[in-house]
Each structure stands twice: as C-alpha cells, then as structure tokens.
Ligand binder design. Structure first.
Ligand code: SAJ
Length: 417
C-alpha cells in the first residue's frame, strides 16, 4: 500500500495528507473547492498553521491536489461534519458524498479510513453500505475509523505526538490502519471497534464542553458571592485531583460546540450534555449583560468594540465563534458594534484597524484571548474612546494599568470588583 487519496483538504485533511506524503506515500489530495486546490498546488496553504507551509514545500514531488477522486490503495476521508443547527442533527452530506465518490474506485484489498467526526453507528449504517455499492463487501475492502485529535496552532505537533484510537471493521482493518498511522504517529495507537472509536471522539469533546460549562457556571456564582473566580480556580487547582478549566465568553470552534449534539442522536439520556451546551451557548448573553451595565445612560449611538472575533486566542479561525452571537445580540439591542482582530482576515463583519475600531467607542469587550492584546497601551486607547469601559471575559489584561488610564474594568467572574 503506497498510494493514498485524501478527501477534504481542510484543517485536518491537508496536514494528514502532507504527513503521509512526507513519509513515503504518493498522495492525491481531493477537495471540491477549486480555489483551495489551486492555492495548494501553487504552494500556498489556505489557512495558517505553524509548519504547514514548510511541509507543503517539502513534499512537492509526491503530493498533488485535485478536485476528482482517483484510484488508490488507501482512501482517507477528512471532510467536515457540520451541525444542522435548527434541529441539532449532524449534517452528513459531505461524508456521504465522499463515500459516493470513492466507491467507483474501490478495489479488493483497499482500505478506507474515516477521520471525520460522526454520530455513533454512522460508519456501519451509512458509510459502509455506500462503499458496498462497489460490488465488494466490507471484509473484501477494509474499513477503519480514526478520529482526529489535533488542536489548531499545534496541529502537526499533535498529529505526530498524540495517542490515537483506531476502530476497525475487523482486526485486519485496524492493523492496516495502524500501520499507516505508525508512519508518522509517535504516540501510542489503541485498537478497538468502529462504534467505540466514534463514541470516544464525541465523549472527549463533550468532556471538555461540560467542564468549560462548569467553569462558566462557577464564574457566575462567584460574581453573586463576591468572589474572584480566577483566584478561586487557581487555588482549587492546587488540589491534586482538581483541574477546573477557564470561564469565557462561550465555546467556539468546529468541534466542541458541535460534537456533543451528535451524542444526542441515538440516546434520550443526554441531560448533562445538553445542559452544558446551553450554559456555554448562553455566555454571549451573559457578557452582553455585563457590557449593558457599563453602557447604561449612553443614548447617542452606544458603541461596543469587540477585541478578538476568532473562536479562541492566537488563531485566525472564526468557526462557531461566540463573538458572532455576541455581536448579533448587541445589535438587536441597538448597540453599534465595531471589530478588531489582528489575526482574522475574513469575517461576517468588517475588521478594522485598532485606532478605527476604538475611535468614538464606549466599551471594549475582549472575546478572543489573543496574547497580542496584552501589549496594547491603554493611555492611547483612552484618548480615542468616547467612554472608557472594558469587559475582559478572559482575564487577559493587566487590569490595574487600564484602571489607571481611566477605564472602568469588568472582568468576567470577578465578584470583588
Ligand atoms: N475554552 C474555554 N475555556 C477553557 C478552554 C477552552 O472557554 O478552559 C473555549 C475556547 O476559547 C474555545 C473553545 O472552548 O472557544 C474550544 O477550544 P479548545 O481549545 O478547548 O478546543 P478546540 O475546539 O480548538 O479543539 C478541540 C480539542 N479537543 C479537546 O481538547 C478534547 C482538540 O483536541 C480536538 O481535535 C478538536 O476539538 C476537534 O477537532 O475535535
């Protein structure tokens, strides 16, 4: 087996394809988006990820991007699985279509690996039957699910160093997939059945979502109790078995804000799972409540400046960002909203430069915790703003410095202020 066809050249598919190519595979990367394919073939990556550009240049001789699937020994599916938001059901159209595009090329002995996150049972109920339209039965071709685990900004590092879980249709499928991942994975590789692997991925992200929800609830309780949650969490985490996560303006990103809902498709017992989602989804409303208290009395075009529209700090990714909900809610209440984000190039709202974004504004609200915000001097900003208010939802800034420059500062979860 030495030729792979990777379907989906996004945040997971592209780095995986390049890692395979840099480890001896001849790789064809497939994406339906012509623009992305052209960019990649010109040696440019469509998103920022440390090390990815360099890797793309390195594998030039045995990697090509194109829009059509072709024959290969291994087919790896890494397309996205969005959520149909109004009904909270996985939209499996892209994985379904990937399988439809693969089956005409399937030959006995080929291996198909699904990396995309799916509700438990999807591989067996939906994907394998499509692949069997090739006239081959699973067993004649091999099938494995190996959910991705890499975090943006550290994707390549984590793809190489994290442990992986592989669910195989049978032992041979799992072993074949393991052999391929072993080419670049330095972590341990654990084998199981397909449905368990699908479930494991979902409970990993749900675990994080529930724990962020707990931190967000603690932040609100702390405010009621006159406690600073950031100090309290730091102290609680000195306990050897406690590790409370950080409160914030809500959970974004393509995975944690979505995957927990996939668990709810086959079970009616997802109470904590759903509640955590709702708590995290309500955080933009809570942050607006804080901003509203600072903006009281400003009648003439009250204006909010959002710092950081990315879904988290130091990245340019705005998928499912809580900033969007915050902005919509603020606009619905009649606030004018301006955005500043030094990382993000494309967003539903115009991204302004710093001076323009704060000029005439009444309140800064930090949504994404970009470290670069710590270097901003409050004195200069104070001169440009109409009213000097700031809401720090990430406990990012040196608050004393901002207070000295005349700002009223509200920190999420600080009941002492
Ligand atoms: N967040 C908080 N408080 C925290 C940690 C995170 O509010 O203490 C927020 C972030 O600001 C962000 C969201 O949660 O809006 C998610 O960020 P994240 O860093 O927790 O995770 P992602 O979405 O970037 O990546 C996750 C990872 N999953 C886990 O850590 C269990 C990653 O390993 C997965 O590969 C990825 O989802 C995925 O693609 O499934």
């Amino acid at each position: 087996m030495n030729k792979a066809c990777v379907l989906g050249l996004g945040y997971i598919g592209l780095p995986t394809a390049l890692l395979l190519a840099s480890n001896g595979y001849e790789v064809v990367g497939v994406d339906i988006n012509k623009k992305i394919v052209e960019m990649i073939n010109e040696g440019k990556t469509p998103f920022n990820e440390p090390g990815l550009n360099e890797l793309l240049k390195k594998v030039k001789s045995n990697f090509i991007a194109q829009t059509e699937v072709e024959d290969a020994d291994v087919f790896l599916i890494a397309v996205s699985t969005p959520l149909e938001k109004s009904i909270r059901v996985a939209d499996l159209e892209y994985v379904r279509s990937a399988a439809e595009n693969i089956y005409p090329h399937l030959k006995r002995g080929n291996l198909i690996i699904l990396e995309s996150t799916v509700p438990p049972g999807t591989s067996e109920k939906l994907i394998i039957p499509i692949l069997e339209k090739s006239g081959l039965n699973v067993g004649e071709f091999y099938f494995a699910h190996c959910p991705e685990r890499a975090i943006p900004r550290k994707t390549l590092y984590e793809m190489i160093h994290n442990d992986r879980v592989i669910g195989g249709y049978d032992k041979k499928s799992a072993e074949l997939a393991k052999k391929i991942y072993s080419l670049f994975v330095k972590g341990n590789i654990y084998l199981t059945d397909i449905k368990t692997a699908e479930f494991v991925k979902l409970i990993e992200n749900t675990y994080r979502d529930v724990n962020i929800a707990l931190a967000n609830e603690f932040a609100q309780i702390a405010e009621d109790c006159g406690i600073n949650i950031w100090e309290a969490i730091k102290l609680a985490n000195k306990h050897p078995r406690v590790n409370i996560l950080k409160p914030g303006p809500g959970v974004g990103g393509h995975c944690i804000a979505i995957d927990p809902w996939f668990l709810t498709e086959n079970s009616t017992k997802c109470r904590m799972v759903s509640l955590a989602r709702e708590i995290n989804d309500s955080m933009p409303n809570y942050i607006l409540q804080i901003a509203r208290s600072l903006l009281k009395g400003i009648k003439d075009d009250p204006t909010i400046t959002v710092f950081g529209v990315a879904y988290k700090g130091n990245i340019d990714d705005t998928r499912e960002t809580p900033a969007l909900k915050f902005i919509r809610l603020a606009e619905n209440e009649g606030y004018k909203v301006k955005c500043y984000d030094p990382y993000v190039k494309e967003f539903e709202y115009e991204i302004l430069d710093l001076d323009e974004a704060v000029k005439g504004s009444d309140c800064i609200v930090i949504i994404a915790d970009h470290d670069i915000f710590k270097d901003i001097g409050p004195k200069k900003i104070a001169k440009l703003m109409r009213s000097k208010n700031i809401v720090d939802t990430r406990n990012l800034l040196d608050h004393e410095k901002w207070r000295k420059a005349g700002f009223r500062v509200k920190v999420l979860g600080d009941g002492k202020q």
